[in-house]
Design a protein around this ligand. Structure first.
Ligand SMILES: Cc1ncc(COP(=O)(O)O)c(C=O)c1O
Length: 388
């Protein structure tokens, strides 16, 4: 028996990411325009960094509250009241060591071995894999693609529910498709979940990145106190803090002790100076968020127009998040195509095969970058596509 064979099957058999495989092959390629990773190119703004430094200098280097420092939980409550008009209640909020950990803990709270978690796909692969790590079964419901955009057939979603379904994982605005669930869709999902006693995990990490309004439609607009909805979110995207690893869960206070326990038995809390930085981001970050969104919108439009003009791609202008998920008809193997684009155009894209059901023919591009780099990437891709 090999060492590997002695490991727990649910973890041993996890898929290797096609995305990481493609990136690792060309990470340091000279001159590459890297549009493959899910983050912008701006470092964390100086005013946020200053807050962390001040806290560190003041000796805030000790263990702290598992649920998060009161100041951050209050800032989160204020932020949500400001944006969604919900009751100002810090007891809803639990600080986690990233959006990813918020997902992991929510799944740990809800789903055990053999339990089914429904997710719309193509999806961020970590959602699928985190379900598997806990022994749960990811159940895929494919979004439908047309030139008008991605959409969810709600009957398909409801049809996937079985006696073993514990939760529906709804990521909107979505990575990688840019799908934004209309409020009516969220309402139908919530009503169905109420009837069937199923939890919803609402991943709204891209809530500020929508291009025809200020804020994406949200379950916050619909929930009642007793609803079974857990929100997962992150400081990574809005405040350019991907490397800090900080996020939050928002959930009915009734389950607070369980979430505190799960935090205690995993990371035991988030560094206090990171939390101070997060408070500053929430309170003073609006101009930065507006600037990021403007940049993303400009880049989305430039890139979509350039690729569409070649007549060689199928795409729908994404309504939200900061990804373009497009395909090149005649080239269905996205991993092969991504490798070829690296080689011939020196542009890094993520293969859609890494995003599960419905994604394999697509390529994902992150466009939250310097406009000059997007212009260069667009020019290179146009040249590549025209020569195909
Ligand atoms: C849909 C979605 N949810 C959650 C996350 C979590 O981000 P992080 O772990 O950096 O907080 C990401 C990051 O790419 C994401 O795309």
């Amino acid at each position: 028996m090999t060492l590997l064979q002695t490991l727990r099957p649910a973890t041993r058999d996890l898929d290797q990411s096609d995305i990481v495989a493609v990136i690792n092959g060309a990470r340091n390629k000279p001159g590459i325009v890297p549009l493959w990773v899910g983050e912008g190119d701006l470092p964390t703004p100086a005013f946020i960094i200053r807050a962390a430094k001040t806290a560190m200098d003041a000796g805030e280097t000790f263990y702290t509250w598992q649920r998060g420092i009161p100041e951050l939980r209050e800032a989160l409550a204020d932020y949500h009241t400001r944006h969604y008009g919900i009751e100002n209640d810090r007891e809803r909020f639990f600080v986690t060591g990233s959006g990813m950990q918020a997902i992991q803990l929510s799944l740990q709270a809800l789903s055990g071995v053999g339990d089914e978690v429904i997710m719309t796909t193509p999806c961020w692969p970590n959602i699928h894999a985190a379900t598997q790590v806990g022994g749960g079964v990811p159940v895929h419901v494919e979004l439908d693609f047309s030139q008008n955009g991605w959409s969810l057939d709600i009957d398909k979603l409801f049809g996937a529910v079985t006696d073993r379904t514990r939760a529906m994982f709804i990521n909107s605005p979505a990575n990688p498709t840019g799908w934004v669930a209309p409020l009516e869709t969220l309402r139908a999902i919530l009503e169905f979940a109420r009837e069937r006693g199923i939890w919803i995990i609402a991943d709204e990490v891209y809530h500020r990145f929508v291009y025809d309004s200020d804020l994406a439609p949200s379950f916050y607009e619909l929930i009642e106190p007793e609803d079974r909805v857990i929100f997962v979110n992150t400081f990574s995207k809005n405040w350019a803090m991907t490397g800090w690893r900080a996020g939050w869960i928002s959930a009915p206070p009734e389950i607070g002790q369980v979430l505190e326990n799960l935090i205690q038995y995993s990371t035991s809390g988030v560094a206090p100076f990171t939390q101070k930085a997060a408070v500053t981001g929430l309170n003073d970050g609006e101009p930065f968020i507006a600037m990021q969104k403007e940049r993303a919108q400009r880049n989305r439009d430039v890139m979509c127009d350039a690729l569409t003009a070649t007549g060689r791609v199928e795409l729908a202008k994404p309504a939200g998040a900061f990804y373009l998920f497009f395909k090149v008809p005649g080239y269905p193997d996205s991993k092969e195509l991504a490798l070829r684009i690296i080689e011939e155009a020196n542009v890094g894209l993520a293969p859609g095969s890494g995003f599960y059901s419905g994604g394999s023919e697509f390529l994902r591009m992150c466009y939250l970058r310097d406009p000059a780099q997007i212009d260069e990437g667009a020019a290179r891709l146009v040249k590549f596509l025209e020569a195909l």
